[in-house]
Design a protein around this ligand. Structure first.
Ligand code: ATP
Length: 249
């Protein structure tokens, strides 16, 4: 297996003593689409932020495309993240004063690289926004804004795209479009996507689902259906409620 991301014994304790990650080891294959699910507070966002180099784990190691992210200085980590990692947030994180095209090109400009306008236009066209290049984000629907954010994440051909609740603010139809595009980025263009979601329907677009409970891995599901994911989540809730120590069965 060609691995895009490897997490080795990740721990994260926040100031105040909350242990958000309690020894997570996982590998995400290149060209795979994985959903990360679990009850509220189980550590999903923390996992994504530590894996993406947006935050540092308290212990353990993160490898992206074979390079250890956690071994570097903060400055090197920021540079590495700009070069090799894409991120899609629930609330899009677009700059309102920049056009669609300028938003997509911004990471390249910040990284001091020559902006590849042709590539950016190709990606935006593929995502159905070829005729909106010069529009400002506030003229677009939520689904269109999220597609701009996805274009921005994909344009530098990163080793991995991390998406944190990318459909959390969208209606059903827009959510379906966004998830279909993420899946196409993986299956047709070989990208790697790791997506946190609360929604079993969204998770069913992924190739597999990783479950977290109390900061630990609590199982996985391949070729998930929404029903199977919902069922597993319910069971996970029972497990968490039943155990005082947070140990995963
Ligand atoms: N910056 C922080 N400082 C202190 N504690 C934090 C911080 N961020 C998260 N936590 C705590 O760490 C634990 C895991 O949080 P995290 O946001 O990773 O969970 P989550 O599964 O993404 O939750 P949700 O589904 O509600 O978004 C929670 O107990 C949370 O309160």
């Amino acid at each position: 297996m060609n691995e895009a991301v490897r997490l080795e014994s990740l721990y994260k304790t926040y100031d105040g003593g909350v242990t958000a990650l309690d020894g997570v080891t996982a590998t995400f294959a290149a060209g795979s689409f994985t959903a990360v699910m679990g009850p509220s507070g189980s550590g999903k966002s923390t996992l994504l932020h530590c894996a993406a180099g947006l935050d540092r784990p308290t212990g353990g190691r993160v490898f992206i495309g074979g390079t250890e992210l956690t071994a570097t200085t903060d400055t090197a980590m920021t540079k590495f993240r700009r070069d090799r990692v894409g991120f899609v947030f629930q609330d899009y994180n677009l700059l309102p004063s920049l056009t669609v095209e300028q938003n997509v090109l911004l990471p390249q400009r910040l990284a001091g690289r020559r902006a590849d306008r042709r590539r950016s236009q190709d990606v935006l066209t593929r995502l159905g926004l070829g005729d909106r290049l010069h529009e400002l984000p506030d003229r677009l629907s939520g689904g269109q804004r999220q597609r701009v954010a996805i274009a921005r994440a994909l344009v530098a051909e990163p080793a991995v795209v991390f998406a944190d609740e990318p459909t959390g603010a969208l209606d059903l139809r827009s959510a379906g479009e966004v998830l279909t595009l993420l899946r196409a980025a993986v299956h047709e263009h070989g990208r790697t996507v790791v997506m946190v979601t609360h929604d079993p329907v969204a998770a069913a677009y992924a190739d597999s689902v990783l479950f977290l409970a109390d900061g630990r891995l609590a199982g996985a599901l391949s070729a998930p259906t929404a029903e199977a994911v919902a069922e597993r989540l319910t069971h996970l809730g029972d497990l968490v409620a039943a155990r005082p120590s947070g140990a995963v069965a």
